[in-house]
Design a protein around this ligand. Structure first.
Ligand code: ATP
Ligand code: MN
Length: 465
């Protein structure tokens, strides 16, 4: 091998295309397939940089059968050769191999031999599935969306504010928490009344993994103005659904001086930006998913970008559901926490558009949401999406010290003094929302199951790798 030639990714080579024809290139990657005859062998090489393979042509007058024998599906190789215009169909350029180095063979028990493994099978092989076309596509799109999120907020002057993953505030109310402890579980220290004595625990009190960075995010917003968090959150709910994970990533912007309408505008602009970014930057991957899994994916994404989201008060939404004549599994009435079937009816059958549902009954929403003048509803906003249901949950926050402390007392929450200080000193109207990152990835990839849009999914009874 020549030492002074630098490796190029397959993505770069295919993008450069004709302009590099005639040059020597150096490529490294994993073999997808090898086929051919006694005179010539064709290897489809993939290095993860793109869904497209680079075709490597081995002339058997230069290479022996013996040399090529280790090149099987899954093996890893290094090739130098001349980039030439391709004779065959399906690619514009290919590499005429001159030098070959085998990095690693892949014995014939390599699990990803065939194309077209089911997603269920691949979930059992989650440690290897990033090497498939499908997961390569999903993971590149996931990356692009994460990048788009940072770019969107950075361009608007938001500060990326890091909220803690370990927290001692147990009143976020967003879901069951995982406890963090170093206490010996089979010999717990007890106080006089027989309760566990957390003063002996690592943090000197009961601590958990966060279910949301919002409360701490509000501290950031009431100092820096515009902030967002983007990090892992943990929920110990036994929800075995295709839309819930025990560990997922959440994006939570929090904005001082934003009222509920500003909050809705931002949420809508934000989602549309992320989808557009993916369409502009990941078309090869999106097209692959469109062609193989979901023929309506691209048109659905374009539709969402082009159309205004419906904005509808909860009370009117419930009326539509009550009067639609459809038989739901769960009953609908004013005050009920809508189930996914209700949300999806509004979005997919009634409006056929994303819907932002607002002004929910205060009983089914978190304590910090701003009370409306009717005394019954709060300034909540859930963004509901086709196929997904709730993708964003947000609200204008109660900024009035009295009202908020009354609500906290009503609900019997304690240990909130630090949070109340945002209302005690220089309180301002403010709003924010939480976007479940994997739900966005689900929507943009058209995948059906949230376990297929994160590399290593965590869900009840599953913690592999
Ligand atoms: P749901 O009703 O769908 O369980 P939620 O109302 O409990 O969600 P929020 O507390 O409002 O969720 O969290 C904000 C966002 O985080 C949701 O809109 C959703 O996109 C996402 N999310 C919530 N729970 C999960 C989960 N277990 N796995 C993945 N994403 C989640
Ligand atoms: Mn919610």
């Amino acid at each position: 091998m020549e030492q002074d030639i630098r490796r190029k990714t397959v993505a770069t080579i295919l993008t450069d295309g004709d302009s590099s024809v005639g040059k020597t290139v150096d490529v490294k990657g994993w073999v997808r397939t090898r086929r051919g005859n006694k005179n010539v062998q064709f290897v489809a090489l993939n290095d993860g940089s793109t869904i497209n393979n680079l075709q490597i042509v081995f002339d058997l007058s230069k290479f022996s059968e013996e040399q090529l024998k280790p090149i099987t599906t899954g093996s890893s190789i290094h090739v130098q050769g001349i980039l030439v215009k391709s004779q065959g169909q399906g690619q514009s350029v290919e590499v005429q191999a001159q030098d070959l180095e085998i990095y690693g063979t892949a014995p014939n028990d390599y699990p990803l031999q065939k194309k077209g493994h089911t997603l269920e099978f691949l979930r059992e092989k989650a440690h290897l599935r990033p090497r498939t076309n499908t997961f390569g596509a999903v993971l590149r799109i996931r990356h692009a969306l994460a990048f788009a999120i940072h770019k969107f907020f950075n361009d608007k002057g938001f500060v990326y504010f890091h909220t803690p993953l370990i927290t001692a505030s147990d009143c976020e109310g967003a879901g069951a928490q995982f406890q963090v402890t170093t206490l010996p579980l089979n010999d717990l220290p007890k106080d006089e009344e027989g309760n566990i004595d957390y003063s002996e625990d690592f943090f000197g009190k009961l601590a958990s993994l966060t279910v949301s960075g919002q409360l701490e995010g509000e501290l950031g917003a009431t100092a820096l103005g515009l902030i967002y968090t983007f990090g892992p959150t943990f929920r110990a709910e036994n929800s075995n659904t295709p839309r819930h994970l025990s560990e997922f990533w959440m994006v939570e912007p929090e904005m001082a001086f934003y009222e509920i309408a500003d909050n809705m505008d931002l949420a809508e602009e934000f989602i549309k930006y992320c989808i557009s970014y993916a369409l502009e930057n990941c078309m090869d991957d999106i097209r692959f998913l469109n062609d193989h899994f979901d023929k309506e994916l691209i048109s659905r994404l374009e539709f969402v970008i082009k159309n205004d989201f419906v904005r509808l008060p909860y009370t009117e939404g419930v009326k539509i559901l009550e009067e639609c004549g459809k038989k739901f599994e769960f009953p609908v009435y004013w005050g009920v926490d809508l189930a996914s079937e209700h949300e999806r009816f509004l979005v997919e059958e009634h409006f056929k558009k994303p819907v932002i549902l607002t002004d929910y009954p205060k009983e089914i929403k978190a304590f910090y949401m701003k009370l409306n003048d009717d005394g019954k509803t709060v300034r909540a906003m859930d963004v509901l999406f086709p196929k997904i249901g709730e993708i964003i949950g947000g609200s204008q926050r109660e900024e009035n010290f009295e009202k908020l402390s009354n609500r906290i007392e009503e609900l019997g929450l304690t240990g909130m003094d630090w949070y109340m200080d945002t209302r005690k000193y220089g309180t301002v109207p403010h709003s924010g929302f939480g976007l479940g990152f994997e739900r966005l990835v689900l929507f943009v990839t058209g995948m059906q199951n949230i376990r297929d849009v994160i590399p290593f999914p965590r869900y009840p009874k599953n913690c592999e790798y």
